[in-house]
Write a protein that binds this ligand. Sequence first.
Ligand code: UDP
Length: 356
Amino acid sequence: MGNYVVVGAGIAGAVIARRLAEEKNGRVWIVEKRSHIGGYCYDERSEDGILIHRYGPHIFRTDSAKVWSFLSCFTQWHDYQHKVLTNVNGMNLPMPINLDTVNGYLGSHYTSENVMEYFERRRTHPEQIRSVKDVVESQIGPEFYHAFFEKYTEKQWGMPCDALPPEIVARIPIRTNRDDRYFTHRYQALPKDGYTRMIANILSHPDIHVLLNTDYEAVRRAVSPDHTYYSGPIDEYYDYRYGKLPYRSVSFQFETLPINRYQPAAVVNYPNNYDYTRITEFKHFYGRMVSGTVIAKEFSHAGGDPAYPIPTKENLALYEKYAAIPNSSVTFIGRLGAYSYYSMDQIVEKILDMEI
Ligand code: UDP
């Protein structure tokens, strides 16, 4: 038994709410300031029935059988292998960089056996890998770094690559074969009826009550829960007492077009041109056979709703100061609560492993 408040109805809030209701027989109130559940995973159908990810492309993947089987209680899955192209020198080339990217970019005929010789001759040898620039240049050399990573990363994060930690690009491998999948996890799929439906199913429990359009500040003093789980920004929770933690925000320009297909893959990155980082065309996700299409141009900027923590040393040190504030009544969860560049499965895994 017990009364719990969960702040935020995203994937983190939903999973913890479900555990509290089921394992603790608790009564759970979820406070959500937006008018919908789902957080950044929120999706909805266009007029043509295409599922649109309102806050950018979310591709579910995990190596964890535990995470997969937990979520499988709340959704069926649509098999999907994510493919990303990157537009460099007017060509759409596979991303992550693979053999076809190299040969397409250079106009060369390298094979899987000898392509590493090209990178071996060009890669740098920094004493220490301190930044995105160091890690990428030390694998593929300055020319490929410059063409494929430097400007994309600077657009995305609003900082120079030599000031950004190498972990930011850790999820992007360099391949010598022709594998053009973005992810190679054991499980990869999209919820059959979308993330919003899956999260609604997680929340569908008689002891879970969702309060939409509700500001936590407004209820903070009125309720006295046994425990609170907070998935918003940790600095905001503490009224920025040590200063603001930097976040990157994203905005989307959606366009509905009367054409069958806009681009050859679900996502095309634009590292070197335009103000947007990438374009997503949603009908690729579910292969829906409708005549029109919907795309979203994605812009990265400072100063909007926080989406990406920026994990530089200084920012992480500031986060640690907040995290060290003694507080036995609140647990911080999710990407913003933990100030970590978590993917969806990492968020779920942390919460499933958490002692409650
Ligand atoms: N990245 C890049 N060029 C690309 C794709 C990714 O430089 O064409 C870098 C960039 O710094 C980006 C990071 O790799 O922020 C992670 O990319 P991913 O697409 O996985 O990020 P997300 O989908 O979370 O924005």
